[in-house]
Design a protein around this ligand. Sequence first.
Ligand SMILES: [Ca+2]
Ligand SMILES: [Ca+2]
Length: 410
Amino acid sequence: MKRFRKNIKNPIVSCLALFILFTGLFCSKPKAQEDKKISKPSLQDKNARMVKPWGKIKLDLVASGFQLPTYLTHAGDGSGRIFVVEKPGQIKIIKEGEVLSNPFLDIASQVRSRESERGLLSVAFHPNYRENGRFFVNYSNLEGNTVIAEYMIGDHPDQANTKSERIFLTIKQPASNHNGGGLEFGPDGYLYIGMGDGGAAADPWGNAQNTETFLGKMLRIDVDGDDPYGIPEVNPFIGMEGYRPEIWAYGLRNPWRYSFDAETGDLYIADVGQYKWEEIHVQPAKSPGGENYGWDILEGFNAFELPEGYDLDQLTMPVLEYDHDLGCSITGGYVYRGKKYPSSTGTYFFSDFCAGTIWGLKKNSKGEWEWAEFLDTQLAVSSFGVDEEGEIYVLDYNEGTVYQLRGVEE
Ligand SMILES: [Ca+2]
Ligand SMILES: [Ca+2]
């Protein structure tokens, strides 16, 4: 496997010339401390095994000209349209292969995007969007705080009503980095909101393990419940003192991208690491929630701020970690469930913003996690996305391009 090089080949140049998303402190990262390996038990033994790729993929250019694209998705309304989110505050539509000149949504005047991890970060369409025209965005407001808000379709199907905003949540951000950014509806119809730990480095405020804050969490809300939103009755901490009832899982550092397997409902969370380890957690569809994913006690499988005598059984371990020889900021993707490329079926594709490598992760026939390098690219992969057919797309942040990930069938 090749080591990553291009985006951080020259740290000075890359930090000045490129927006380094997600890690934020990359430019000033202290040298990693010597790894404090946990020997009892040897947790790293549980890491997914690197194997030869079990298929071939390629990337084909679909559209270009986007301004710092951060996300791509579809409306699930049968229109076949693809929606591309731009960090400065617009959402563009790709319709029958053409990028429409008028944006679907333009809220740039209320979005703060000059810092690398702030801006318009994602959109999620209501599962019944075709009937109700409701969709949801995650952006940084002019004060730099996270806003989760609803918008409605306008008079024309290709243009939202910019005056329809209904704010669900405003979450104070103590630093400009680690804002999370994802929004995904689960198979249960609830909205999952991934929140970073509040930023700086090493979670100085202890947010990820603090169950009274939204930071460093996966939240789950019911957008069809009370005004402005309801709490699902089966949320794991509902009614418990010392816990925000919105919390679905905690102990996350910066879950920038996460997604549900469209077939199994399993939740794949790619959590951006601190000095050394990038990681993926997989939450089974049958999980009742409440997992503690470890940050900042652990980074990946490794001790970070591990208290003396801490019972590691309280934590849910990742299925995969990789160190900073291979990248510096993981970009979670999707499990392929499209119909066109059967050799990719069931493979979770993901990448790294600094490295551009596209990897696949999958359980083998014995139920053991394996991963492999599928493609070496020069892209700054800010996100993946899927269309209505379940086909996967890859966004290049620096070039503003959208590629389709295609299997190369033998
Ligand atoms: Ca800390
Ligand atoms: Ca973790």
